[in-house]
Write a protein that binds this ligand. Structure first.
Ligand SMILES: [Zn+2]
Length: 166
C-alpha cells in the first residue's frame, strides 16, 4: 500500500529554485478617473464632490473631515488663498464697472457711493466664497491632488513632519 500523507516542498532540491525565482512586482490597479466638472459643480453647491449627497461644509467655510453620506475624506484639501483670490477677482470685475457706470451717468455724492458699494461688495464676497471654495475642493478631489489620491500628503524629499512645520 503506497499512501503519501505529506509531501514536503523541500524533497526536491529543484523546488527551492522554483520558489525563489523573482516574481514580477504586482502592478497597482489604475485609479478610476474622476470627472472634474461634476465634482466642481457639486462642491460649488456645497455637496460632497464624490457622492453629491453629503455636505462639504460644517460651518461657513469649514470643510468637513469626511462626507457623512459616503465617507469620502475631505480634509486633504488645500484651498488656502485660492478662494479669496477668485472671489476678489470676480467681485472686482462686477462691482468696479458698475461703480464707473453709476458715476458716469448719475454722479451721486460720495456718501451714496459708500452706502451702495460697500454693502454690495461685502455681500457679494460673502456669497461667493463658499461656492468658490467648494468648487476648488471638488477640483482638488477630482485631480487627486494632495492626499485625495489615497497617499499621505507629503512633499517629495521631506518627511510628514517637515510638511507641517512652519
Ligand atoms: Zn460623499
Amino acid at each position: 500500500m503506497d499512501i503519501e500523507l505529506y509531501s514536503s516542498p523541500c524533497n526536491d532540491p529543484g523546488d527551492a529554485f522554483k520558489t525563489a525565482a523573482p516574481q514580477p512586482a504586482p502592478t497597482p490597479a489604475p485609479a478610476a478617473a474622476r470627472r472634474v466638472w461634476p465634482a466642481m459643480v457639486r462642491g460649488a453647491l456645497g455637496k460632497c464632490p464624490n457622492c453629491g449627497e453629503g455636505r462639504i461644509f460644517r460651518a461657513y467655510l469649514k470643510v468637513v473631515e469626511s462626507c457623512a453620506h459616503c465617507g469620502q475624506e475631505l480634509h486633504h484639501h488645500r484651498a488656502d488663498d485660492a478662494p479669496p483670490y477668485f472671489t476678489i477677482f470676480i467681485s472686482g470685475h462686477v462691482i468696479i464697472p458698475l461703480m464707473i457706470l453709476v458715476e458716469r451717468y448719475w454722479a451721486p455724492a460720495i456718501w451714496i457711493h459708500m452706502a451702495m458699494w460697500l454693502p454690495l461688495t461685502l455681500f457679494t464676497c460673502m456669497a461667493l466664497l463658499p461656492p468658490i471654495k467648494g468648487a476648488l475642493v471638488g477640483l482638488q478631489w477630482a485631480l487627486r491632488m494632495h492626499g485625495f489620491a489615497g497617499d499621505d500628503d507629503v512633499v517629495p524629499g521631506t518627511t510628514s513632519m517637515d510638511s507641517i512645520a512652519p
